[in-house]
Design a protein. Structure first.
Length: 207
């Protein structure tokens, strides 16, 4: 897939949602993913039922408040968002999870513009969710100081913020497990995690 196709199919829809993509600008040493966190790692969160009046508006407002209070943005309102490789949508990635040829999502640097609609147009773009009001995304500060994710459940939408995922014993332990255990469905992710862990001054198992 060429750069023009990704720009047309992925970057432009994100732009209409108020996210300007900054290509090839991921900070060196960025952790490849965040997983394995537990309740004690969650610094803040909110939940809205699907029948909440003006759902998208409420989700947008609470996401922005959470992003600001947790420190997701830098001084230019830039941060990282995980996007599927190629032009595969968020929904397609969920449907093809563990299919044997699924590639891990990669971080992309973005800037939040003055006019934005993450939970509406963003989720509706199919790259930050399934459709408007049904988000599904992972975001992280440029310095990995906070991880923010949204997911849809049976009753509503959960959004949470994890402080310092790169220092969480729960997260690091899970990443070490990924690096040690061969998985034919996620070899690329396994390799990325192993490289990132090798660059750290210490790991959980080595303490």
């Amino acid at each position: 897939m060429g750069i023009q196709e990704r720009d047309r199919k992925v970057y432009r829809p994100l732009g209409r949602a108020g996210l300007r993509v900054i290509p090839n600008a991921i900070p060196d040493g960025t952790m490849p993913c965040v997983c394995g966190y537990r309740a004690e790692d969650v610094a803040d969160s909110f939940f809205h039922r699907y029948d909440t009046p003006r759902l998208v508006e409420r989700l947008n407002a609470d996401w922005y408040d959470l992003a600001v209070s947790s420190g997701l943005f830098d001084h230019q309102r830039e941060f990282l968002v995980q996007l599927p490789q190629g032009t595969r949508s968020h929904q397609a990635s969920l449907e093809h999870m563990h299919s044997g040829n699924d590639a891990p999502a990669l971080w992309t640097r973005v800037r939040l513009l003055e006019r934005w609609d993450i939970m509406g147009r963003g989720a509706g773009s199919a790259f930050l969710g399934v459709h408007a009001g049904h988000p599904g995304f992972a975001m992280m500060a440029l310095d990995a100081s906070v991880f923010v994710c949204a997911s849809t459940g049976e009753a509503g939408i959960d959004v949470l913020a994890v402080r310092r995922p790169d220092r969480s014993e729960n997260v690091l332990r899970q990443l070490e497990w990924i690096a040690r255990h061969s998985d034919p469905y996620n070899r690329e992710l396994q390799q990325r995690v192993a490289v990132w862990l090798a660059g750290r001054p210490g790991t959980i198992s080595g303490r």
